[in-house]
Design a protein around this ligand. Structure first.
Ligand code: CA
Length: 231
């Protein structure tokens, strides 16, 4: 499950994200309304936790805009004390639930589970995993440590192949056949290019997983023992 938190109280948002990540949710954060709306419009989240009072664009406007654009992602509104009118307006504008601040984390977790069941948790079904990496071949989402990158189709196909053959050396010719077909003029250096794209993304995600080239043999997905991570 992938959650977007739009909340300008950054400490509170970070703390919340930490709790959710511990509970195996992938979490992205936005600290103002404009950035939040941009993220939410991508339509890639299972649930959005949305504060009402936000800099740049307020929560209710964001919610209305999302619904107007046909984005049906379940939204939990966070309301501060004395925002009863906002709460009513929010629910009218298509929010699925609301939570009054301050709230108990376990209360929020319960609401998330309820909404998650409703939205079907489709994103989880076909996830491939290796060490700290999760990849969903349908959404092309590569996740690691609470961050996510959208892969291109070819990058995704390559990663899927590697994940389905963990710790095995995949010959370059096999990779070319699987990604470009038999009748192809694709050369080894095309594979090299996509391998380097993927490596770069894994590195940016701070993953302990990398792709090792075995000279004259091919490529293998490995846990990189040499990596020093900044956590
Ligand atoms: Ca606020």
């Amino acid at each position: 499950m992938r959650i977007l938190i739009i909340e300008d109280e950054s400490q509170m948002a970070e703390a919340l994200a930490q709790v959710l990540r511990k509970d195996n949710y992938s979490v992205d954060l936005a600290f103002d309304g404009e950035h939040g709306l941009d993220c939410a419009l991508a339509g890639i989240y299972d649930i959005i936790i949305l504060d009402i009072m936000l800099p740049k664009i307020d929560g209710i406007t964001i919610l209305k805009e999302l619904r107007k654009c046909g984005i049906r992602t379940p939204v939990i509104l966070l309301t501060a004390k004395g925002e009863i009118e906002h709460k009513v307006e929010g629910l009218d504008s298509g929010a699925d639930d609301y939570l009054a601040k301050p709230f108990q984390t376990r209360e929020l977790l319960a609401r998330l589970r309820a909404l998650g069941r409703r939205s079907g948790e489709l994103h989880y079904d076909n996830t491939l995993r290796f060490e700290d990496v999760e990849y969903n071949p349908y959404s092309l989402d590569l996740r690691c440590r609470g961050k996510t990158f959208k892969l291109t189709l070819k990058e995704g196909q390559l990663l899927e192949l590697l994940l389905n053959n963990k710790m095995m050396i995949l010959p370059t010719t096999t990779i070319i056949e699987r990604l470009w077909g038999f009748d192809t003029k694709t050369e080894d250096n095309n594979v090299q290019v996509y391998v380097s794209f993927l490596r770069k993304k894994l590195k940016q995600l701070n993953s302990i997983v990398t792709i090792r080239a075995i000279r004259g043999a091919g490529y293998v997905l490995v846990k990189n023992e040499d990596v020093t991570r900044d956590v």
